[in-house]
Design a binder for this molecule. Sequence first.
Ligand SMILES: *[C@@H]1O[C@H](CO)[C@@H](O)[C@H](O)[C@H]1NC(C)=O
Ligand SMILES: *[C@@H]1O[C@H](CO)[C@@H](O)[C@H](O)[C@H]1NC(C)=O
Length: 316
Amino acid sequence: VCSSKVTPYQNFNATNDTAVLKSAIESKGVDEDVITAILVKRSNEQRQKIKAVFESTTGKTLEAALKKALKGDYEDICLGLLMTPAQFDAHQFRKATHGLGTNEDVLVEILATRSNKEILEIKSVFKAEYKKDLEDVIKSETSGDFTKALLAMLKANRDESTVVDVALAQKDAETLFEAGEHRKGTDVNAFIDILTSRSGPQLSKTFQQYATVSKNKLPKALQMELKGDIEKCLIDIVKSAYNTPAFFAERLHLAFKGLGTKEAAVTRVLVSRSEVDLKRIMEEYKAMYSISLHDHIVKETSGHYQKILVGLLGTN
Ligand SMILES: *[C@@H]1O[C@H](CO)[C@@H](O)[C@H](O)[C@H]1NC(C)=O
Ligand SMILES: *[C@@H]1O[C@H](CO)[C@@H](O)[C@H](O)[C@H]1NC(C)=O
């Protein structure tokens, strides 16, 4: 079953795409519809080939040409689609940690949902592009238990097997109960250890077993025991382990709620999940919020930005 929305284009020819993009960029008034049509109907791997041909035939990078021709959220999403997944995530880390304030949600979202291999790639791309170790940036921009949890996830040693060990789930559930609800104060390290090292399916089983030791659900227990960034971080890990597409659906919904849409979050989720599980996210969205993601995007966004988002959903 394919759960992505963006798939490789069958009649792909990077030379042709380059010619079409070049004329769309250079046309009087810039033809955004043509740019959108190509970007959303090519896989990331195909976009990398177009970038290479564009640069070798025009002598400038496609990114530079688009930066000059486009603006705003539409420019951001086009440039995001041209990055490799690891470049895109490294760039998100940079944006989330550079300058005033830190966007903690972004750090957790990425680390909780990428594979070990992907995390290792992000670290190496980050180091190459920004000349700093991601660990050092995390240490200087975050603090306390939250830093510990992020560093644990950056080690990229989460178990990735799909085999569930029921006895271990029971033991972990008891450990979590003892570390939290059953004592005065909280042993956060026990939570961090278990939540950052077990596989998603294993954690799901642990959450089920938790019901046998406590009358509270685990997210509720975390809410009672912790506060601040570490609370949100561990709850996000629990949610994404339990149902990753539902976790992203909630992220998108939050981005549309309140005053003004948080376009950066919408762009981040659609770009990074378009070849992973966007179809499942759309299904969860509809089930959770009784409005389709498509309709919500159309309601909350506009112009070329709206068109490219809808193009990524493949519902246009
Ligand atoms: C590429 O462009 C050439 C010339 O316009 C055309 O003949 C060919 O069919 C195109 N190839 C693809 C794969 O679209
Ligand atoms: C792509 O199209 C160009 C013409 O635009 C043609 O010369 C070239 O052979 C094609 N490449 C492939 C791989 O089909």
